[in-house]
Design a protein around this ligand. Structure first.
Ligand code: ATP
Ligand code: SF4
Ligand code: MG
Length: 338
């Protein structure tokens, strides 16, 4: 079964549905095809992880959802349905008003989100501009949220400036700010990569608790398979601008179908449980994203490549109820099993 057929069988509409998204960056060397035919669902109330090597398009994908792309980026085809409306067709003002309201973001570097010359208090009050209530009520909500994310003595810390917090505490402040608006979707691009391993575990647990409490969805980008296993319900594996496999975390991690996912996981079955914080390296190099490509994008590194892989780009094939992978081997299996 093709994934588009399968998706139409799903009953509940996902909160976020990305369909057939293609994105290029214009560069002096030509067009970099950074996203290729990307389709991805984020169901309401679920956490979806995105993993993949550096340069695979993870940040580009989530920045496209947030509408925070650089000027040389062009979406050539596709749609991003959020709560049923296509973000790519929305007027800029409508799209902007979703940010910090229905959609919020945590960045890898907390200073990206914080203004260094304003106190945490004024930033946390301002971010609630969509909310009802007086300044005093908003301050009280900010204090409550700072307490919730584990900032000691929020009463006195709220009047501090961002540089007066440690890196881990700054990231907690950013999580507090991102969740203060009770978004429907929280996008987090490697929020724990800059932190040490102990802090990472704390932040992941915190995110999980808050996500359950608020009932939001999270789109969580990470290099760390263990963090994804801990936090996420679903995972999408990206390679060279494509989502090569996606599905429930337990299916993908226990029964990976795409050779790239298998290569990532098979080096060490304990990896997901242990604390390796970098993605395993697999032999070979990611292909250049310049120019058009024929065939499977992974074929230069795939041990199972065969003739068809050189000229046909694989479509998505369903495995079981809810797992999708782009690999011709799945079509061959299907053909031989009928
Ligand atoms: P990392 O794990 O290192 O954060 P990533 O998966 O987030 O990597 P992206 O940053 O999305 O990858 O980059 C995807 C591709 O797009 C890369 O080849 C990158 O060089 C290219 N790219 C990203 N931003 C631009 C830009 N503004 N102009 C041109 N190319 C870009
Ligand atoms: Fe490997 Fe071919 Fe499958 Fe691509 S389509 S992952 S090259 S077997
Ligand atoms: Mg990135």
């Amino acid at each position: 079964m093709r994934s588009d057929e399968a998706t139409s069988h799903m009953s509940a509409r996902p909160l976020l549905a990305i369909r057939g998204l293609d994105l290029d960056f214009g560069t002096p060397r030509g067009r970099v095809h950074a996203l290729r035919n990307v389709s991805l669902d984020v169901p309401a109330g679920q956490v979806v992880g995105i993993v993949g090597e550096s340069g695979s398009g993870k940040s580009t994908l989530v920045y496209t959802v947030m509408g925070l792309l650089p000027e040389n980026a062009v979406v050539t085809t596709g749609s991003i349905l959020f709560e049923g409306k296509d973000l790519l067709k929305m007027p800029v003002s409508a799209r902007r008003s979703l940010l910090g309201d229905r959609l919020s973001m945590i960045f890898q570097d907390p200073m990206t989100a914080l203004n260094p010359v304003r106190t945490i208090e004024s930033q946390m009050i301002d971010i609630q501009h969509h909310e009802q209530g007086s300044r005093i009520e908003k301050r009280a909500r900010a204090l409550e949220m700072l307490h919730r994310v584990g900032i000691p003595d929020p009463q006195s810390r709220i009047s501090a400036y961002p540089h007066q917090f440690s890196g881990g505490m700054r990231q907690r402040v950013c999580i507090a700010m991102a969740l203060l608006v009770k978004p429907a979707l929280l996008v987090a691009d490697e929020p724990t990569t800059a932190l040490d391993a102990t802090l990472e575990v704390q932040i992941i647990h915190l995110l999980k608790d808050l996500q359950k409490e608020i009932g939001c969805s999270i789109l969580f980008v990470s290099h760390h398979l263990g963090a994804v296993a801990e936090l996420c319900d679903r995972v999408a594996v990206m390679y060279a601008g494509e989502v090569v496999e996606q599905g429930a975390v337990r299916d993908i991690f226990h029964n990976p179908a795409h050779p790239y996912t298998r290569a990532l996981l098979e080096c060490d079955p304990g990896r997901i449980k242990k604390s390796t914080r970098t993605l395993p390296t697999i032999p070979g190099e990611v292909p250049s994203l310049l120019g058009s490509k024929a065939g499977c994008i992974f074929r230069t590194r795939c041990h199972q490549a065969f003739d068809r892989c050189a000229h046909d780009n694989p479509v998505e094939y369903h495995i079981g109820v809810d797992q999708v992978a782009r690999c011709h081997l799945l079509d061959e299996k299907r053909l031989f099993s009928v």
